[in-house]
Write a protein that binds this ligand. Sequence first.
Ligand SMILES: [Ca+2]
Ligand SMILES: [Ca+2]
Ligand SMILES: [Ca+2]
Length: 295
Amino acid sequence: MKLSYPAKLSVLAALCIAAMVSACKKDNGDITDMPSTGRPVTATSSAYVTQLFSYTPAPGQLINTQAGNQDAAKTVLNGNQGLVTLGAFGGSLVVGFDHTVVNRDNQDDFIIYNNASTGFAEPGVVWVMADDNRNGQPDDTWYELAGAAQNLPGYSRNYAITYTRSATATADVQWTDNRGNKGSVKTNTYHQQAYYPDWITTNTYTLTGTLLPTSTINDTNPTYITSNGFTFGYADNTPSGDKLDIANAIDAQGNKVTLKGIDFVKIQTGIAYNLGWLGELSTEVKGVADLSLIK
Ligand SMILES: [Ca+2]
Ligand SMILES: [Ca+2]
Ligand SMILES: [Ca+2]
């Protein structure tokens, strides 16, 4: 059969389109064929988080010190001997693993190291994210890990506080919340640097997260204030470190979600409270590790 020149072109075009469709199918097939749990553990995988994506603390008594700046945030990577404070309510840290942490059936999956001691916990809400779009960035969906405080009075999702820079370093840092309340992060004589992060250029900023109850705090004796941990489920909550189960993930409505694994972790100071001479309640983090790789 002899084809005219335009007919040859249209046959060629049809062949090209067919080739492109087949290439697309192959690409999609490759993505679908990737392990459903994401990036597998390899011989060189680190047990610890290896990447810092953001450190956005609230004002606090150790902010702008060596425990409360961007360098401090990096000390929680690749081990469990660093220390960073997240400041008052809403301060957060986002870190990532070099592999996907698998949600093991009926087991805790990762641990967050802290500086909690008996009678002195500073609970932080833990959020997890799977790298659904596989771009290596925490731009997917955060899921809160439900802990023991989830059904207690005073627990509240989508709570937001706006902090205002003080006129002087030693003045209390004033705030308003999204419920019509106001308060302050009180300064103390032990820490006389600015409590409002130096590197935040705006004079106000807003932090949003889940608010935890203050029912575990006892400050009736101002010289001996205690803050007990919740039974489970938070950072800076248990003296030996907090073991967490991805199976406790919930969505924005509070419904349970099933995740095969996670790539990123966010930790957020959960309580808005001044602990007298001890300063504001602020979650601290020393490291984050995949329990399946801890010997
Ligand atoms: Ca699990
Ligand atoms: Ca992503
Ligand atoms: Ca602490």
